[in-house]
Design a protein around this ligand. Structure first.
Ligand code: ATR
Length: 272
């Protein structure tokens, strides 16, 4: 059978092996999928070794997403724009890279949570790899406006100066978020990983607002807790995004799209 793996460090906690094995059973595909911990600085060797063993493709998680993009012979547009790849396909000794995090996110918001992005005002918090990956898929969904706000203004401004996004996104520092409110507020900062709250005013959560945190498996993060206190109508963590990006990867590799709704339902833990 074709072999796949997720590369990261640490990677033992990854849900990807379980997800892809579940997709395979569901669609009748035959494959193997395992987690491989690569050492810092040894990502390329780990990938080449896996290719030599006959690997067909790989997922890539922290801290190797930038390396994955740099390593590829062909880095697809959205991965190049994100500066990061989370999925590789090996074809005749060539490495093709793509990034499904952003489409997984928009799919979760629009399809699973039922919040169409067209015409909405969106606030994206953060300017690192995670935020970068979300910008183009958000823009493609046609929001009325997309504001990218970061603790450090320079990082946000740099995104605003990127050719593909110049004039299409607004940028500001967290400290400059005023009384304005949004339909959707997405936390793409790393703050939740440290149990921290990005320094934002409660006014950002508009009437009927959806607050979305990219992390998953951390329960009610400080951001989601603050959103609820600030009367955001809906809150969600990144579990659906995780499952959706995995489904996109599976589709890219195998040509069949798994059904995700039941799996998300099964994995969902109440946010309290
Ligand atoms: P990732 O790949 O997860 O995006 P990253 O590229 O290291 O990680 O980016 C981390 C992001 O989280 C940055 O936008 C960072 O803000 P700065 O550019 O100002 O450093 C943001 N971040 C981390 N901790 C934060 C906190 N406590 N409050 C607000 N933003 C935070």
């Amino acid at each position: 059978p074709d072999a796949y793996a997720v590369f990261g460090n640490p990677v033992a906690h990854s849900k990807s092996p379980w997800l892809h094995e579940t997709f395979a059973r569901q669609t009748g595909e035959t494959l193997t999928y395992r987690a491989i911990e690569a050492q810092p600085g040894a990502f390329q060797d780990a990938i080449f070794g896996f290719m030599q063993e006959g690997g067909a493709g790989a997922n890539v998680t922290a801290p190797f997403k930038l390396d994955a993009c740099a390593l590829a012979d062909d880095c697809r547009d959205r991965a190049a724009l994100a500066g990061a790849a989370n999925c590789l396909k090996f074809e005749g000794g060539r490495i093709i890279a793509d990034n499904f995090d952003g489409v997984g996110l928009t799919r979760d918001i629009e399809v699973n949570l039922g919040v169409p992005l067209a015409g909405k005002s969106v606030l994206l918090l953060g300017a690192g790899g995670a935020a970068r990956g979300a910008i183009q898929p958000f823009l493609d969904a046609g929001p009325a406006r997309l504001v990218v706000s970061n603790r450090t203004l320079e990082e946000a401004s740099a995104l605003g100066a990127t050719e593909a996004w110049r004039g299409r996104i607004e940028t500001c520092a967290l400290a400059d978020l005023g009384e304005e409110s949004f339909d959707l507020v997405v936390n793409a900062t790393a703050a939740s990983l440290f149990g921290e709250l990005p320094d934002i005013p409660p006014e950002v959560f508009g009437k009927d607002c959806l607050a979305y945190d990219l992390v998953y498996g951390k329960g009610l993060t400080p951001f989601l807790s603050f959103a609820r206190l600030s009367r955001a109508a809906h809150i969600a963590d990144g579990l659906g995004m995780l499952v959706e990006q995995a489904a996109e990867a599976f589709h890219w590799w195998r040509g069949v799209r798994p059904e995700t709704g039941q799996i998300i339902k099964k994995m969902t833990v109440p946010l309290d």
